[in-house]
Each structure stands twice: as structure tokens, then as C-alpha cells.
Write a protein that binds this ligand. Structure first.
Ligand code: BGC
Length: 805
């Protein structure tokens, strides 16, 4: 088994959607699902192409409500390429499979080079055998280019071989079954312009409401002389090429596509730009060479190896998809992280809070990408300020779901496929998203020391979010505590108190604690700015002494609910009923979507101590034990050292992992309490997408947060790398299944930090040529490592020796 190849033998229509998502090729700017080029969208195949940040909004009537939905637009399909012999039928793998004519079929994704290969042998209805070898790339070197090389061998016949290469703009957003009843046609269909050269096709379109101009061009070349003709209709352009195929001889067809939009820089008109790029591009081999070099460079910056081949392969797959969604090509793009990658249409390509799982890995390797993602949020600060003002609040209220301009994109109703009912969706009440954004800013600053970013953008986000939360709190004189009413935590199963009409819950502990943490950090961010910048910012934000006093007061007196010796998910959680878990498991087997099960039964998860995903437990994920301890103490909550263990043990069995993010967080937390179970849960979360057939939803897009989160878990939890107070803090916790773990890191401008953890030792080396030494903090030790030097210390069973030992 290779660490670098995802391989599929045979063709299985039932799992094709999953393959398409996992074999998506992309470069951060554009991505195309790993769909068969000859097949249109038909229920089995879904050839989606998405350009980062291209959204369009359509009006809809859903469940009697007027709604509008912004979608990440499915772009014109550049893939179509098919062939036939003489007057035989066009190649169609599904018909061939049904009629027993598909002799062999293999698909391979080369993760190291970003190449998707398909090897097929097929016989047509007249008994002629074809051999097909197809390679595909979406260039990591030039983000506008993609290429498909197809070699066809007529194994046992000679005669006319017809090839059709097309561009298809007659596509819609129809990749998610649940949304299919809703409008999904986002592209205008234009008549293709006359062909501007014998090899070139061009298609222009624009999005319906956002009016993004789109140009897709293709250049198709055949390795032997061909007769060409052109076909066109609105939204579709094709070239038919006919060659004389000789028995056993190879015919190679090379299709190079270029994609541009009016959002791109240095472009006058997208169609013209696409045509120029396709006409001027090198051949497949030249493009492949530059593409491979670009991937080599990325992999050099992503060194992360474990001596466990299958785990390594999946980690590579996760890094691969992360970099295909957010590569260096997004740095100038103004885009966020779509929760399901550029790999499908689930969640309409919206941006949630998932970057909290994604940024730590990026920050220590590609800080410029992490910074660009934070800038996406900074540019939407005006929209967040407007949202806060509309809600009668100060500061910035970021949306739970975000797309083009930062307005709230959360749907008003969602469908329970089990009951067929459209239900009100209150998830926009997850105000905690703003806290995560501010937390991400601070973590970025801690890891990079980028003081300019903090002064210019980051502190402003933190202060505006802090301001919103300070204003949101309600003071209770009788208890001398502040609280937050009517919100939702990360657990989306609880959206109201049982029997109460008004949505929202009071004092969600995750929100309250993180808000208290942020109020302090925002002031710290202000304090670390140079005096003149601090003064400027205070003036710009009209931040008064009274307001700062309010921040300090709330940070000291925020209310945190407790029950049964653990932190309560929200006020009143302790009074909810226990769910009969055994009964539901026995009855339904998979109860991850318990909300749908209960609703279909006329019941509601609001009645039970049952959560979709980590909620209180997220506190232990986003804050270090020391930080959480400090916030709780500052708030005057005395708690024993066992609070974490108790709280984790309490909520784990009451959480049903309805989100892929949940088992990831659980694996993280268990690593601190129970190493072996942690490894099993880690494996579960690692293999969620790659084996995701049961859950069905991966076909609609990967779970990018969970994918990146597993890689981050290896880095920050197993290798125990944290960035705090100007030093790289190391607290390895190597699972017993891992013998050796190696990471290459970047920290505060230092390239080339090599970290090795084995069961018996941890070693850090700073490559020669580094500009200055680095500081490592390990247990009570503070170590300085000079360029070219290394440091090591013993580990006992993968962990630092016990204190004094
Ligand atoms: C989870 C959210 C997550 C979203 C996108 C939902 O199912 O509950 O926490 O942000 O998926 O990944």
C-alpha cells in the first residue's frame, strides 16, 4: 500500500459520488470533481467545477416561506470528452457496465503530484475493444489552467475514431438531493462565439444575480491528423474530431482548459483571458512538470510523517484536499474556507466556524494563507457591524454562515428527510462564531508574532467582537453576574427550552467562557500595540474608558452554569431528561442524526441531555488547560483539578457525533485522559470521509474541518506543539500505536524546525542558515536552540517523564 495513492479498482455507480468528491482536483482557485469526462450529471455522476468565492443568490419559496439562498456556483463543465468508433455508440461506462462490456476499470489519485489517472478497457456493442488511459490535472502552478490527456488504443480494429470535446455551460447547482426542488440555475446561457482557431473553444456565461462574468476556454489537440467540425448551441460548444485509428496504435487527445472570472485581478474580460490562456498554455507534459514542481514545494512545507502507513496515507489525503481548497493562490482572492471544500455543493459552499480546525496547521506552514483567511473576515467587519446594529447592539456580530459579502446566509428552514417536514432553522443563533474568529486572530498573532497584522486588522476584529459580547451580556444585580440570553452553542440539537416558543438558550457555557476569555485578550491585544497605534485604534473605534471598564467587569463576573460537579452546557441543562440511548441505538442503529429521528417521532432533542457535537467540550479544545483554568479562576469559580476529566466523562456518552467535527474533538480530549481509546476515536475520525459510504453526504463535499483537524491533532496533540508567549511549547503525547512522528515546522519566520518524537525521546533541530535561535519551552525548562544545532530530551512511553522523575 502506498502512502501517496488512493486507488479504486472496478467501477461502482453506487459509490461514484464519493469517489468524485475524494478524487476532486483543485488549486485553491478552482476545483473540479473527479467525475468521468464522458458522463453528464445524471444521478450517478456529478461533474461539478467551483471557483473559490463565486457565489450567486436565487429567490425561492420553501415551506411557504420566501427565502433566498446564496450558492457557490457550479461553473461550466470543462471536462466533456468522449469517443466512439465508426457509427458505434459514444463511450458510456454505465451502459457498458450494464451490458457486461466494461472489461476493466481502475482509477488512481496520486497525492504527491496531484494527478488523477483512469485506466479503462471497454468493448462497444459491435465488439470493438478500446483501451483508454487518461490523466488529469488542475494546475497548482497556474491556477487558471487544467488539463486532460486521453490516450485511446483501438485494440482489435481499425477505422474511423470520432472524438468529441466540449464545454458545457448548461449546468445547474443540483449536487445535493435535499436542495433539488429549489432553484439552482445560476448561469446565463450564451451563444458561443465563432471559433477563434481550429483547436479552440470558448464559452462565456455570467451568474444571475451577482453578475460575475465567466470565461472558460479549451484547446483540444490530437496526436494524429484529424478532421474537425464544430457544434454549438446556447451554453454549449463542442468540437468533433475524426481520425483514422489503426489497430494497436495510440491516439492521444490533449485538452487544456482555462477558467477566468471577472473577480480575477489583472483581467479585462474573462472570456478573452481564458481564450488567451488556453491558446498560450504549454502541452500536457509541460503543464504536468510545472504542476508537479509546485506540489513538491507544497509537500516540502507540509512535512508530517508517522510510521503507520495507512494513517499516513489518510493524513496525506487530508493535507492534499486542504491545500487544494486553500492554497497560496487564495492569498489575493478574498475567500473564506467553505466547510465542504470546493468539492461539492453541501452547505452551499458557505463558510462556518470551521477555520478554527484548519488555521493551526496552516499557520505553522503557510502563514500567508492563514492571514488571507483572516482578512476575509476583516473585510466583512462592516457587514458584521451592520448586523450588530440591526440587532440593537454595538460591535460586530459575525454571521453563522457567510458567503460573498458577509451577511447572514443561514437558511430559515431546513428539511428533515425522515419526516419530510421543513422546520425552522435557528442555527444563526450560534453567536459563538464571532468568538472563534477573534480567537483565530489571537492564535495567529501568537504563532507568527505578526505585529503589523495585529495592529492594522487583528486587534480591530478582536475589539469589535468583544464589544458585541460585552453589550450582549445582561447584568443580574441579585447575583452580581453577567449572562447571555437566547443563543445557541455549537451543539445544534438544542435550540430552545422544552415547551418554550422563543428559540435560544441562556448562558451557553462555551459562549460565556470564551467571551470572558476574549474580553481579556482583546484588551491584551490593545495593550501590546505600540502606543501610537493603540491611540489611533481607540480613537477610530471610539473605545472609551467606561467601555474598557465594562469589558473588565464582564471578564470577571460572567456567569458559568454548573450541575452535578460539571460545567453545564447551558443554564437548565441539568434539569433535562436522560435519553434512553440503548433503546434508540437498538431501534435505529445509527443515531448520529438523533434530531431527525426525534422530530419524526413528534419529539425533540430539546427535552434531553443529548447533543449533536462537542459543546462544553469545545472549551477544552480551543483553550489550553492553563488558559481555561485561568478564566474560571478569574471568574471566581473554584474547581478541583478533576473538572476536565469529570466534564469530559459526563458529556462523551451524551453526545452522538452528528457532526464529523465531534469525534475529532473527542479524540483530542481523550488523548489527555485515555490514550488507547483516544487512538480508536482518532482512527474513526480519520477514516470518516475515506470510507464514508454509509453516511452518504461525502459525495456532496468533503468535511474539510474534520480533515484538517485530524492533521492538526497529530501536530498539536500527539506532538504537543503549541505557540505561547514567544516560545514553542512542547508537550508530546505519542499514542502507543505510533513509534515515530516527524514534523517540519515554521514558527515566527523560522523555516526549518525539525521535530522528532519517538516513544523514548523528543528532538528539535533548527536547520543551519536560520536567522536567529528559537526558544523552546518544555516542562519547566526554557531552551534556546541555535541555527544548525539540536536539542533532545527523554520521553517515557511517548510522554515527558513525570515531574521530578
Ligand atoms: C456542524 C457545524 C459545522 C458545519 C459545517 C455542521 O453540521 O454542526 O459545527 O460548522 O456542519 O461543517
Amino acid at each position: 500500500m502506498s502512502r501517496w495513492v488512493l486507488a479504486y479498482d472496478g467501477y461502482d455507480p453506487a459509490t461514484e459520488g464519493l469517489r468524485e468528491a475524494l478524487c476532486t482536483l483543485g488549486n485553491g482557485y478552482v476545483a473540479t470533481r473527479g467525475a468521468a469526462p464522458e458522463s453528464p450529471a445524471d444521478g450517478v455522476h456529478y461533474p461539478g467545477t467551483y471557483v473559490a468565492g463565486c457565489y450567486d443568490r436565487l429567490q425561492a419559496e420553501i415551506g411557504g416561506l420566501h427565502a433566498d439562498n446564496a450558492d457557490l456556483v457550479n461553473m461550466p463543465n470543462w471536462l466533456p470528452l468522449t469517443f466512439r468508433a465508426e457509427d458505434g455508440e459514444w463511450f458510456d461506462p454505465d451502459a457498458a457496465l450494464k451490458e457486461d462490456r466494461l472489461l476493466s476499470y481502475r482509477q488512481e489519485l496520486d497525492l504527491r503530484r496531484g494527478v488523477l489517472t483512469r485506466l479503462v478497457r471497454v468493448r462497444d456493442r459491435a465488439g470493438r475493444t478500446f483501451r483508454l488511459a487518461q490523466r488529469r490535472i488542475v494546475s497548482m502552478d497556474d491556477p487558471h489552467l487544467a488539463a486532460l490527456e486521453t490516450t485511446i488504443v483501438a485494440e482489435d480494429w481499425s477505422g474511423a475514431l470520432h472524438i468529441r470535446s466540449a464545454l458545457d455551460g448548461r449546468v445547474a447547482n443540483a449536487g445535493v438531493e435535499r436542495y433539488r426542488g429549489l432553484p439552482g440555475t445560476h448561469l446565463t446561457r450564451e451563444e458561443p462565439p465563432p471559433q477563434s482557431g481550429p483547436e479552440l473553444l470558448l464559452l462565456r456565461a455570467s451568474t444571475v444575480s451577482s453578475k460575475i462574468g465567466i470565461g472558460v476556454a479549451a484547446r483540444t489537440r490530437v496526436s494524429v491528423p484529424a478532421k474537425a467540425s464544430r457544434l454549438a448551441e446556447a451554453g454549449w460548444a463542442a468540437q468533433d474530431l475524426t481520425v483514422d485509428a489503426e489497430r494497436g496504435a495510440h491516439v492521444t487527445v490533449e485538452k487544456v482548459a482555462a477558467v477566468f472570472t471577472s473577480r480575477d485581478r489583472a483581467v479585462e474580460e474573462a472570456g478573452e483571458a481564458a481564450l488567451g490562456a488556453a491558446a498560450g498554455a504549454g502541452g500536457f507534459d509541460a503543464l504536468l512538470e510545472r504542476h508537479t514542481l509546485a506540489w513538491n514545494r507544497l509537500w516540502r512545507r507540509c512535512q508530517l510523517s508517522v510510521d503507520h502507513v495507512e494513517v499516513q496515507r489518510v493524513l496525506n489525503l487530508h493535507i492534499f484536499h486542504l491545500l487544494q481548497t486553500v492554497s497560496e493562490h487564495i492569498v489575493d482572492l478574498d475567500v473564506g474556507v467553505p466547510a465542504r471544500g470546493l468539492h461539492g455543493e453541501a452547505y452551499r459552499g458557505h463558510v462556518f466556524w470551521d477555520e478554527v480546525f484548519i488555521l493551526p496547521f496552516l499557520t505553522m506552514r503557510f502563514p500567508e494563507i492563514a492571514r488571507a483567511l483572516l482578512m476575509y473576515r476583516w473585510r466583512r467587519l462592516p457587514a458584521a457591524r451592520r448586523a450588530a446594529a440591526d440587532a440593537g447592539r454595538r460591535g460586530a456580530m459575525y454571521p453563522w454562515q457567510s458567503a460573498a459579502d458577509g451577511r447572514e446566509e443561514t437558511q430559515l428552514v431546513h428539511l428533515n428527510p425522515r419526516s419530510g417536514r421543513w422546520l425552522p432553522d435557528h442555527t444563526h443563533l450560534q453567536r459563538h462564531v464571532g468568538l472563534t474568529i477573534a480567537l483565530n486572530v489571537w492564535r495567529f498573532y501568537e504563532a507568527t508574532g505578526d505585529a503589523e497584522f495585529l495592529a492594522e486588522y487583528g486587534a480591530e476584529i478582536m475589539l469589535e467582537v468583544a464589544r458585541f459580547f460585552a453589550d450582549l451580556t445582561v447584568y443580574d444585580h441579585s447575583t452580581d453576574r453577567y449572562g447571555i440570553r437566547g443563543v445557541m452553542g455549537p451543539d445544534e440539537y438544542h435550540d430552545a427550552y422544552p415547551g418554550r416558543d422563543r428559540p435560544g438558550l441562556d448562558d451557553n457555557a462555551y459562549t460565556n467562557v470564551l467571551a470572558a476569555w476574549l474580553l481579556e485578550r482583546a484588551l491584551e491585544a490593545l495593550a501590546v500595540l505600540p502606543e501610537d497605534r493603540r491611540g489611533e485604534l481607540r480613537e477610530r473605534l471610539a473605545l472609551t474608558r467606561e467601555e474598557i471598564t465594562r469589558f473588565e467587569d464582564v471578564a470577571r463576573k460572567m456567569y458559568v452554569p454548573f450541575h452535578a460537579g460539571v460545567i453545564s452546557q447551558f443554564e437548565g441543562y441539568g434539569a433535562l431528561e436522560e435519553l434512553d440511548w440503548a433503546r434508540y441505538r437498538e431501534r435505529y442503529g445509527d443515531i448520529r442524526r438523533l434530531d431527525r429521528i426525534l422530530e419524526a417521532e413528534g419529539d425533540s432533542p430539546n427535552r434531553y441531555k443529548a447533543s449533536k457535537q462537542a459543546d462544553v467540550l469545545m472549551l477544552f479544545y480551543v483553550l489550553s488547560p492553563g488558559e481555561l483554568d485561568a478564566v474560571l479562576r478569574n471568574l471566581g469559580y473554584e474547581h478541583g483539578p478533576e473538572l476536565a476529566a469529570r466534564t469530559i466523562a459526563y458529556y462523551l456518552p451524551r453526545t452522538c457525533d452528528g457532526s464529523t467535527l465531534s469525534s475529532l474533538v473527542h479524540a483530542w480530549l481523550l488523548a489527555y485522559t485515555d490514550g488507547d481509546e483516544a487512538w480508536d476515536v482518532f482512527l474513526d475520525s480519520l477514516f470518516t470521509d475515506i470510507t464514508g459510504i454509509q453516511r452518504g453526504t461525502i459525495a456532496e463535499g468533503i468535511h474539510l474541518g474534520a480533515m484538517a483537524g485530524t492533521v492538526d491533532l497529530v501536530q498539536r496533540c500527539h506532538a504537543g506543539v503549541r505557540t505561547r508567549g514567544g516560545a514553542l511549547r512542547l508537550e508530546p503525547r505519542l499514542p502507543s500505536a505510533v513509534g515515530e512522528l516527524r514534523l517540519g515546522l515554521r514558527y515566527r519566520g523560522h523555516w526549518g524546525i525539525d521535530l522528532t518524537c519517538r516513544q523514548d525521546l523528543v528532538r528539535v533541530a533548527l536547520r543551519p542558515g536560520a536567522a536567529s535561535p528559537i526558544r523552546i519551552s518544555y516542562g519547566a525548562e526554557d531552551i534556546e536552540i541555535q541555527p544548525g544545532a539540536s536539542w533532545e530530551s527523554p520521553l517515557v512511553a511517548g510522554r515527558p517523564p513525570p515531574a521530578g522523575g
